[in-house]
Design a protein. Structure first.
Ligand SMILES: Nc1ncnc2c1ncn2[C@@H]1O[C@H](COP(=O)(O)OP(=O)(O)OP(=O)(O)O)[C@@H](O)[C@H]1O
Ligand SMILES: [Mg+2]
Length: 370
């Protein structure tokens, strides 16, 4: 079992509209509502990959009940516990005409010291049966900012590999406890390091992580794929084309893929290629936490993975990291991808992610799932 800790779960509501009118009234074509929050998305994708997953987190009120029912319907092991506040909702608006996705995140209920103690007890009880741990998303109001640091320490003491995917102060504190793996996106990288250049930011973060006893920074750069700095070396993994769809939750699918698979002996290039292909399949699926297998199969055949040189130390002479050359994608290869809107991605893999017509999330960076 892989344990996905979601301290601030949500009911994710997705509105699919043909075209959004922001200053007028809109008719909503299709509404999807289901259990969400980053850890839930990760657990769903793990289940789709055939890996048993448990969700640990607080749930409250009627929204909490709906989330709990949906976890059971998704075949996830329910390790949630009851709290007094009402579980939050997130609303995602998908505008088919523009290809843009906008996310509204409620903060979540104010939780208590007793709720935090409850989570710690449940975590300790689950750790022995977990082969890996994912700590995902925002912390609810009322939890200590050091919450992830404490959970990382306990996983390490129990000898369980632990991945942290969070942002802001909770991420910085958690990083200092030395998780095995962190998966920041481009905004989180910048926020954590103050570095605009992704390669320099990854280098700075990897230095901090490894000094704390951790291993790998796997940075996701939207349609530009992944840049990984590990104790075993640096790699770049990406697709030669972008996929049009809903990129919310693509990072969560990547997190699931990084943790799935054999316990040991899997080389980084293979892990990264799997993460890029499953992330792409999540973009093609309409809701966060879902994957599209046809897109996965085509993407897996097209992922390009290569070793790269780390950049010179920040503040030094500053030679940029070497990029992996990208061959042009044959038109017929794209036709078979199940993604007719696929468009080539500019071939400067380590440059800051440019906005592409197909990745609205790049243009709406502040709207994150928590
Ligand atoms: N338009 C796209 N086409 C193909 N692959 C994509 C696209 N957008 C994202 N990806 C893949 O998904 C991965 C994760 O994307 P991104 O960096 O946006 O994650 P994120 O911001 O953490 O997502 P979230 O937190 O919503 O799950 C990328 O590294 C890339 O491999
Ligand atoms: Mg993310």
């Amino acid at each position: 079992m892989i344990l996905a800790v979601t301290p601030n779960p949500a009911l994710d509501v997705t509105y699919h509209l043909a075209e959004v009118v922001w200053d007028g009234s809109n008719r909503v074509g299709r509404v999807a509502a289901r259990a969400g929050g980053k850890g839930v998305n990760v657990a769903r994708v793990l289940a789709a990959l055939g890996q048993p997953a448990a969700v640990l987190g607080p749930l409250g009120g009627r929204t909490g009940d709906t989330v709990r029912e949906d976890l059971a319907a998704a075949g996830l092991r329910d390790a949630t516990f009851a709290v007094c506040g009402e579980t939050r909702r997130t609303v995602t608006v998908v505008d088919k005409a523009s290809g843009e996705t906008t996310v509204f995140n409620e903060a979540g209920p104010e939780l208590t010291g007793a709720d935090w103690a409850h989570l710690l007890d449940a975590y300790d009880a689950l750790l022995p049966g977990a082969r890996a741990v994912a700590l995902c998303g925002s912390l609810p109001p009322g939890f200590p900012v050091t919450a992830y640091a404490e959970l990382v320490r306990r996983a390490r003491e129990a000898g369980r590999p632990v991945l942290l995917d969070a942002s802001g102060a909770a991420f910085r504190e958690g990083l200092a406890a030395g998780p095995d793996l962190v998966k920041p996106n481009a905004d989180e990288l910048r926020e954590a390091t103050g570095e605009a250049d992704p390669a320099q930011a990854v280098a700075a973060l990897a230095a901090r992580l490894q000094a704390a006893g951790g291993d790998a920074v796997v940075a996701s750069l939207g349609a530009q794929g992944l840049l990984a700095a590990t104790r075993a070396g640096w790699w770049r993994a990406r697709l030669p084309y972008a996929i049009r769809g809903n990129p919310t939750g693509a990072g969560d699918a990547g997190v699931a893929a990084l943790l799935a698979g054999p316990d040991s002996g899997r080389a980084w290039p293979d892990r990264l290629a799997e993460a890029v292909a499953w992330s792409a399949s999540a973009v093609a699926a309409p809701e966060a936490g879902s994957v599209d297998r046809t897109t996965y199969v085509t993407a897996r055949a097209h992922v390009i993975v290569g070793g790269v040189e780390p950049p010179c130390a920040a503040g030094g002479e500053g030679a940029p990291a070497r990029s992996v050359p990208l061959p042009a994608l044959a038109a017929d290869a794209r036709k078979g991808s199940g993604t007719p809107d696929a468009a080539p991605v500019p071939a400067s893999p380590i440059a800051p992610t440019p906005p592409t017509p197909s990745t609205a999330k790049d243009r709406h960076a502040p709207h994150r799932h928590g």
